[in-house]
Design a protein. Structure first.
Length: 208
């Protein structure tokens, strides 16, 4: 039996619309996380109240930034707050399928990162698989194709990552560094539904 501790790192900002669905999917995994660590970036809606509700119910850990940090630094803060042997990264508005944690922990082996396919769309019924395949450094230099919401990372790898680039997405930085280290392994199965909606943070920079 695997006794390694599993942390979930989540960054939130004005996420009350979808947050409960995602948190419920985290706490209904076949392999439950040992901790869920959330960094909130000064939400102006009911997000913090929901985090407090799940703190009281499940022991979720959360902090609220004093000032807006932005996506990269907010995710970094959540990830740095994790204490598990493995850190699995979570968006605030996805839904995880029940065996996501179990399958990724089993598959990671000696790699730095285990990622997976996901379903991407405005509704689960209309979503289609979104494949990401090529993980060599040269390819990753020009195309970020390992989205953070599919990542499970080793704590030992994260501890060695001191360069969080403001000019590129945090997950792009992690995948580049992993490609130069112990590499990335991918599960071809879709393990989460990545919702597409008009409040999604990334659409402000890369419209889809």
């Amino acid at each position: 039996m695997n006794t390694d501790r599993i942390s979930v790192a989540m960054a939130t900002y004005n996420g009350e619309r979808f947050l409960r669905d995602q948190l419920d999917s985290l706490y209904n995994q076949t392999r439950l996380p040992d901790e869920v660590v959330v960094s909130d970036d000064c939400s102006e809606d009911g997000t913090v109240g929901i985090l407090e509700e799940y703190h009281r119910k499940y022991g979720l850990k959360y902090t609220v930034n004093d000032t807006r940090e932005g996506v990269n630094r907010n995710f970094e803060k959540a990830i740095r707050g994790c204490t598990g042997d493995y850190i699995i990264i979570s968006d605030q508005d996805d839904i995880w399928f029940p065996d996501k944690i179990e399958k990724q922990v089993y598959a990671i082996g000696d790699y730095d990162i285990c990622c997976s396919n996901c379903l991407k769309g405005t509704s689960l019924e209309d979503s289609i698989p979104s494949p990401y395949n090529n993980f060599n450094f040269e390819r990753l230099l020009f195309c970020s194709n390992v989205p953070g919401h599919t990542m499970l990372c080793k704590q030992s790898f994260i501890q060695n990552e001191n360069n969080w680039f403001d000019s590129i997405w945090y997950d792009w930085s992690l995948s580049l560094h992993a490609s130069l280290g112990n590499g990335i392994i991918k599960l071809r199965e879709s393990l989460n539904w990545h919702r597409k909606h008009n409040q999604e943070i990334s659409t402000q920079f890369f419209p889809l």
